[in-house]
Write a protein that binds this ligand. Structure first.
Ligand SMILES: Nc1ncnc2c1ncn2[C@@H]1O[C@H](COP(=O)(O)OP(=O)(O)OP(=O)(O)O)[C@@H](O)[C@H]1O
Length: 255
């Protein structure tokens, strides 16, 4: 098996008297899709918020490629390649699809303020590379045709795919998707499944997924972690999770 990129142990997050996450562990291997599931309010998004530095965990270790990142601010963790989407779509709605991608690319532009002002050769080369990379990702998520339409006018499934493309513009180590299938119709969910599979199999992307759509989770995941009321409940392959009586009782039984 590939080596772990992300190793989380004893992750704990307390909000006043509420223990939202209580001793959660998680191992994500390179080029795998790992899903985190659990009933509403189980603590999944809180785990994401701790991993991405939105929250400072109360306790626990988060190792990215063996380096402790727990407690680092969000921008530092993002720079290390941990990138996420949110439950609600967060695009720049008045900007076009391609502009939304170019915005994400700015950190990789190999230019300074002065070269931008003077439009030097190096600046123009860097701009061309950014444009090519944006065109590549628009193509990969099947949005080339609508490159120049404002993001806010796109169908919901297209907006979701554009968000994923925007994450990919930053060349992430780990792509974290928080309920990407929420609000999608069955066809859009199938497209999303194909996209996640393509990211892993063709581009070697490592994906950490929170998702309530069990059909999607069971069909796309290499590994599943179940949490319930903030605590770890089970951990295994889709088959192991499907047959686990505790999971059926706590989660699948609710459906
Ligand atoms: N900033 C916060 N302050 C106080 N409580 C919070 C905060 N964020 C989350 N919680 C609480 O922590 C618990 C876990 O919430 P969280 O959103 O992580 O669950 P979830 O598993 O992602 O749920 P869902 O599947 O419904 O999105 C909930 O009881 C929630 O109300």
């Amino acid at each position: 098996m590939s080596r772990p990129i992300l190793e989380v142990s004893g992750l704990t997050m307390r909000f006043g008297g509420l223990l939202a996450v209580n001793g959660v562990g998680l191992t994500v291997h390179d080029k795998q899709v790992v899903s985190m599931i659990g009933p509403n309010g189980a603590g999944k998004t809180t785990v994401f918020n701790c991993l991405t530095g939105f929250y400072q965990p109360t306790d626990g270790k988060i190792l990215l490629d063996g380096e402790a990142i727990q407690g680092l601010p969000g921008h530092k963790i993002a720079r290390k390649g941990v990138v996420r989407t949110f439950q609600n779509v967060r695009l720049f709605k008045d900007m076009t699809a391609v502009e939304n991608l170019l915005v994400a690319q700015h950190r990789h532009l190999n230019t300074g303020f002065l070269s931008g002002l003077l439009k030097t050769k190096a600046f123009r080369k860097s701009e061309h590379e950014a444009m090519d990379f944006a065109a590549h990702w628009l193509d990969q998520v099947n949005l080339t045709d609508i490159a120049n339409r404002p993001a806010g006018t796109l169908a919901y499934g297209q907006q979701r795919r554009l968000e994923i493309a925007r994450c990919m513009m930053t060349r992430p180590r780990i792509l974290m998707l928080d309920e990407p299938a929420a609000g999608l119709n069955p066809k859009e969910t199938e497209d999303l499944k194909a996209l996640i599979g393509m990211l892993r199999d063709t581009h070697g992307v490592t994906v950490l997924l929170i998702e309530h759509d069990m059909k999607l989770v069971m069909s796309i995941s290499d590994h599943i972690v179940v949490i319930n009321q903030g605590c770890p409940l089970a951990d295994g392959t889709p088959e192991q999770i499907r047959d686990n009586p505790d999971v059926i009782k706590a989660y699948l039984g609710e459906a």
